[in-house]
Design a protein around this ligand. Structure first.
Ligand SMILES: [Zn+2]
Length: 302
């Protein structure tokens, strides 16, 4: 299986030292939305997480009144979502047959409307929480606009044999056994990590189960930049489970045949993107230093 590492939502908020743990507090930080595009032999293309969508970049207000501006998403980068990146690799929208989501927060599920024919694999509890939006927390994190087209859901819940000691869903409907879901509620109600056997190693997409690579060494949040640590706690569905997941990732990181990464850590992303031998699609998109935000007109971004 060939795996492409894509960043489908670059964010450059202020507060570099508080977010990235280096540089100045007044400089711009960088966060990515790390997605995988997997070429399978018999199951078409599989996208693991989708970042934000084509409509979201056209109107970042879809993501909420403040998010686009606070996170400094550059709306001029219309090639940022997964769909234009899939097309730039020479594929068509229809070639993407499966979307496997770590969870349905709006910075992960924005691509659902761009691949309406694809099956959407997600934990049953996550789908229920996202569509019900019953609590204040859920109203903030899920956007119905990303689901109104009526996705074809393939929910899962039942566990199979554990994978390297971690509870695992072994058979995702219509997907090869090389792609597993590792349910890890905590960040959200039905959050899961996604493990992919590439043939020579396991890649584990941790989603938002942790926010900063220091967690994989320490097994806790003690090495995280303070703003990330605060946000992780603030938006957690169950912070106790978030902490337990940190420990799991530190254990997984000890395996020689496992490479783990999270959604938003730019260092993990750039390392894996470079190792995959792929060129950077747009140098600007990957360089926070060169970031030049669009000037918002009156009434925009609110
Ligand atoms: Zn996220």
């Amino acid at each position: 299986m060939r795996v492409h590492h894509l960043d489908c939502c670059t964010m450059c908020p202020r507060g570099q030292s508080a977010v990235n743990g280096e540089g100045s507090l007044f400089a711009r930080a960088k966060l990515v939305s790390h997605c995988l595009l997997i070429e399978t032999d018999a199951h078409g293309l599989v996208l693991v997480d989708t970042g934000i969508g084509v409509d979201d970049i056209r109107a970042t207000r879809r993501l909420g009144p403040f998010f686009g501006r606070a996170m400094a998403i550059d709306a001029t980068k219309t090639d940022m979502p997964a769909l234009p990146q899939v097309e730039a690799l020479g594929f068509r929208r229809e070639d993407v047959r499966h979307l496997v989501l770590t969870h349905l927060d709006f910075d992960h599920a924005g691509g659902l409307p761009d691949f309406p024919q694809a099956k959407v694999h997600v934990h049953a509890k996550e789908k229920d929480a996202a569509l019900a939006r019953a609590t204040f927390n859920q109203k903030q994190r899920y956007r119905l606009l990303q689901f109104v087209h009526g996705p074809t859901w393939e929910t899962y819940e039942a566990l199979g044999e554990p994978w390297k000691g971690v509870p695992a869903v072994r058979q995702l409907e219509g997907l090869p056994p090389e792609i597993l879901a590792l349910p890890m509620p905590g960040h959200s109600r039905g959050h899961a990590a996604i493990a992919v056997d590439t043939g020579h190693e396991w890649l584990v997409h941790g989603g938002d189960a942790y926010f900063h690579r220091s967690v994989t060494k320490r097994g806790d949040a003690s090495g995280m930049p303070w703003a990330l640590r605060g946000i992780e706690r603030l938006i957690a569905f169950d912070y106790k489970s978030v902490r337990a997941n940190h420990t799991i990732f530190a254990e997984l990181a000890k395996h020689d045949d496992v490479t783990i990464f999270s959604s938003h850590d730019p260092v993990e992303y750039e390392r894996l993107r470079a190792a995959s031998g792929e060129r950077t699609l747009s140098p600007l998109r990957h360089a926070a230093d060169d970031f030049a935000p669009r000037q918002f007109g009156p009434g925009e971004g609110r």
